[in-house]
Design a protein around this ligand. Sequence first.
Ligand code: UDX
Length: 447
Amino acid sequence: MNVCIVGTGYVGLVSAACFAEMGNNVVCVDVNPAVVKTLREGHVHIYEPGLEEMVRRNSQEGRLTFTTSLEDGLKDALTVFITVGTPCREDGSCDLQYVHAVAREVGQKMTSRKIVVDKSTVPVGTADQVRAIVAAELEARGEDIPFDVVSNPEFLKEGDAVNDFMKPDRVILGTDNPETAEAMRSLYAPFARSREKLITMGIRSAEMTKYAANCLLATKISFINEVANICEKVGADVRDVRLGIGSDHRIGYHFIYPGVGYGGSCFPKDVKALITTALENGHTPSLLQAVDSVNDAQKLSIARKVEEYFANQGGVEGKTIALWGLAFKANTDDIREAPALVMIRRLTEQGMRVRAFDPVAADNTRKALEGNDLVEIVSEQYEALDGADALAVVTEWNQFRKPDFALVKEKLSAPILFDGRNLYSPSEMAQNGFAYFSIGRPNPKTC
Ligand code: UDX
């Protein structure tokens, strides 16, 4: 099958590489000539395990090509995927200008039947807008070329996106047209271990499914973070509580780890967008509003513990904190909505110095925090500890799981550790002589 993918961000590039891997001919279109040049040279401009190798191999074998020309991309393709950005506006709504622009250009340039696929996460009703835009452009050209629009939301986790695409839990196909549904099912059949994984539904239900899935996952995280905060107050241990509730199979153990709040390009944006959609349609989504505000507060949970600790030493001003982890989670260089950044801004506003390390997110963070003289990003994990008064671990990178605690202790001016991901055992930390503060677990000194 010939496939055109418009937009080579995480979703577009992963989809393109995986479709090509299954033997399809894929043309990727991006407006940015620098990105197209990089990709043509076999390099990937984003960090995603396994992606570069897959892109390179499929490019070499001629199934995956890159261009800035949508005309070239559309020429032979039946399916055209829209995978451009849908950033969040100040008011929480979704900015659809890039999606609309692609729809316009498709309508202006298509010369044969197309299935236009919305893969970007877009508010309910967007597929209808895309259909209207393409139709208007065709009408303006006086052309009557058949086309259809499908909602096919993605469920890719950064850091594991290739795997998620190759072995999906489900593929959602939002269309009422049986012929379109069959073409989409045939494209996705090689990825689905059984046909039941290809779920066809109405276009608005498909759009809503994406938001409902991400909002439920975000709710699980805010829920367990709320429970963790209560645990801290009442002397309970959230690790045990998670095991206790997760053993009920209706609840489960997965995706219910407390921490520093959810970040990334999806959950914060999607929760806010669904709140906006609900309000615009006359419903007050109290639960989602609470999920959002619990998360905002949770991103500051470690900063608050740091402030409390140093309160009786004249506050954090003039002190230095070493910070391990900047990305919003492990295995990505993505710092969008990252709790570490929120924490850094809060502590530096009060005059605290930060020495931070992240295996892959350093460059992105340098750009994001440019001009903040209190922050230094270092290139080695233990170098961050030089001259620091305490260590805070904010991202759960594997290399932070078993550190050399003797070296940590030697380098810090005092053995104080704040753990935003519950990576270490409170009792072991107490044995190692650390003042240790984590999320939702009793402080070892008080056990
Ligand atoms: C998410 C969805 O999982 C994916 O299906 C969707 O397509 C895009 O959004 P992603 O943003 O890449 O993927 O990250 P994910 O692994 O889901 O984590 C999101 C955030 O939740 C991270 O900040 C992570 O640290 C946090 N999290 C996750 C927790 O705090 N606790 C958990 O138990 C799980």
